[in-house]
Each structure stands twice: as structure tokens, then as C-alpha cells.
Write a protein that binds this ligand. Sequence first.
Ligand SMILES: [Zn+2]
Length: 497
Amino acid sequence: MLRVRRALPLAAASVYSAKLEERRGSTFRHGAMRKRIAFACLVGLTLPLLAAAITVTTPAGPKEVFARGDLLDVVALLRFAGADVQFAPAAGSYGAVTPEHQIQFTPGGALAVVDGRLTPLPGPLRLVDGHIVAAQPTVIALLAPLGWTMKGGAGAPELIRAGAGEQIEVSVVRAPTGTTLVMRGTKQRPRVVASQGSVALQFATPVTLLRPVMPESELLGAELRNTTLTLRLASGIEVTGTYPLDDPPRFVVRLGTATPVAPVAVPRTGPLVVLDPGHGGEDQGAKGPGSELEKDITMAVGRATAAHLQAAGVTARLTRDGDEAVSLTDRTALANRLQAAVFVSIHANASLARGAHGAETYYMRADASDPQAAQAAARENASAPPDTVQLILWDLAHVANLNNSARLARTVQEKLNALQGIKDRGIRQAPFVVLTGATMPSALVEVGFLSNAEEAARLAAHDVQDQIATALAEAIIDFLRAPAPEAAPTQAVPPTP
Ligand SMILES: [Zn+2]
């Protein structure tokens, strides 16, 4: 009896994972499926010896919870915290619902949707013996929106109600313009009381910190007592601005030096441009019907653009100068290290719509401007899924570059539009990982569609590649020549026409 009951969830889990594969579009074979269930049942019969449960202390008394090593049954714990947890086959995800909150999560993922907001989890959710399990930090992250938490570690876990009030999470973002503290999870606008060496944020109702605030050079520490969060600041540092943000609700505190000092002059003969030929090595990027590879086209266009810039007296560097794999973060890291004035990532597009053609230029925003832009970003981000929190923080930290990035993208697109036979697909915005780390004006250009046979053949031609390179070099030079508009420090302003 017990054995049969043990075996069932595993078989169900196997059906579930097969369903997931089916949804992903991979081949779904009945034979393999039947074999998998048979195997699952076989394993299920032998597993009771390995299966383990742990006793969790809850306000309603001790409860047995499925556990495997450090991994605990997420669904059981959410239920003990008062949530109604159901599996939604159509969505392939679980939903935990209370009268106030809704959390969706999917086994295999490290993301949850909390009250409609995409939230990264500290670790993945796994499916073990038909139970959704996760390590304690991930369990705590899922319990937090419901006002519950866990303590006592793996030895004597205890499920408890979290402290009353909002749970806030403080992120510290370092940027050349100063340090920014982003407080997520509060809709309050605390009273800001500054004194020598510290600043007190007085909230109207109690708050708790989801995790300790990490000190860094300008912020020495933070202490929370009841409704007051006191930030200890380094000598000469003060609060230069505070403002709330919506969707998700956040409260932002900007720190800076008491008296603005002139930026340190970097000795350089002229501006330096970093060009980023997309993809490389195993990562081929998009592929045309005539076997044209995106990584080859971006390399050729990148090299030719660098040559045109050098000929015009502008120093240009490439993030790769051969068929090699370079991580997305290393690409902007090079531009940051060289203190480049401009970063342009070069790509070629692909679309399921075979007729799609033309060039489009992107600049970085956390929110895509349209569904196609979101798809382009998803495709280009394939080798490194974006950390949504990083994206949101990037948006805040580098908002000062937004006007200039928009101007760079516009200049590039205008020059490409002037080329014969290239359709203008306009300027768009999307969260490209390769642009997230850039601390200078940056843009990503999709020079054309490899999925379009005619355009793929054109993009593979040397004379066309050189025309595109000339246009890109001219655009970058025009951008560098024009006086930079005043950057908006705290608020995104639409680009000037
Ligand atoms: Zn690409």
C-alpha cells in the first residue's frame, strides 16, 4: 500500500515532465513515454528507503514535511502558511493563493511571479518524487510575500509569522555618479532626517529587512529599530536626493559627496569606441537559409567599422577579433575598463516571419518598447537570461546615459536608413543583457534579417557589409562630434528631436 502510494507521485511527475517537453516543442514519443513511466514506477518501488521527511515546528504544532537533503517541500510549507496551492496544468505552474497575495512558480525555474511581479528566487525549484522542493533561502523568499518565514536552519526548522509590517529589501548600486539605495517592498515615503554622519528614514508603519544591508565604501552600515532605518554614511557623504518609484513600489535614496568635485580628468588623445561583434565560437547567433551565420557577418561588419573609425582618427577596439566565445558581461566590461565613450553591439536579426527585413537599432531599457523588441532581446540574451533585478537597478543607475544612448541609437538608425535597400524598422527599446553593464552611451544594432533569404544573401556580401560599416562609423563620429545634452539625474526624459 505504502509502496503504491510512493510510486504514484513519481509517475505523475514523469508525465508532468513529459508534458513540459511537449510544450517546449520537442518530439513527444509514446514509446519513450511508456518506458519512462515504467522506469519511474520501478524507481518509485525502491525509493522509500531513500525518501526522507523532516519535522517542522509550526504554530499549529509539529508537521512532517518531505525533504531530500537540504531541500524542503515548498508546497507543504506554503499550505501550512495558509495558502491554497494548486497546480495549473495549462500554465505548467503552481499557484499559491491567499486572500491578499498570489504566487506562481514553476519547477525547474528560479523565478516566481509574486502578485504579478517577476521575482528572482535565491535558488531553483526542483521536482523530486512528485514534490516541489527547494533550499531554505528559496522557501523563505516564497513565504515572505505571505508574511511568513523560516528559522532554525536545516536541523530544527521552524515556520513562523514574519514581523508585522512591510518587508523591505535594500539593494546598493554603485555608479560613477554616486551610490543609490533602492528599497523594494515598501509603498511608504519615509521622513528623511539627516544628521552628521548618518541619515534616518522614519517609516509610518513598522518595516522589517528581508536581509541585512551590505556596507560598501559610501554606506558604512544600516540599523533598523522599529520604524526607523538609520544609514551610517562615510565621511563627506550625504543624501543628495530621495524619490519613490511605482510598479513595483520602491523608495530610492541617492548618496553623493557633500560638495561636488570636478570629475577626474582621464588623459586621452581622443574618444575611444568599443565595437562588439555579436556571438562567436559555439554561439553562432542567427542562421540564414544559405547557411549565412550571424557571428561571421557581425565580425566582418565590426572589423570594417573599426577600420573606418581608425581611418578617421577615432580609436576603435573590438570585443572579439576572431571566432571566439566572449561572455555578454565581458563585452561591456572591456568597454568600461577602457572608459570607452561609445559601445555599439552589432547583430543580425531573425524572425519567424520570413518576409521580415530591414535594420533596427536598440537602446537599453528594462521594459521592451513592443513585443517584437522583447523577442529580439530574448533571442540575443539566450546565452545569459537577464536577471530582472539587475535590469531594474541598471535602469536607475544609468538613467544618466539614457538620453545619450537614445541619441546614439537615433544617429545609427538614420545613417542606416540612408543606405540603399535597407528598410527602416526604427529605434526600439529592450532589456539586452549585453548593454546592461555599460556605463557609457550604448546601442545594439540589428543590421538586417538573416531569416529573409534575399537579405541574408545581401548581408553576406562584402560590399554590403562595408556600406553598413561606413554608415556605422559615420554615425558614431557624428554622435561624438555633437555636444552632449545635459543628462537628467533622476528622471528619464524623452530624447530631444
Ligand atoms: Zn545576435
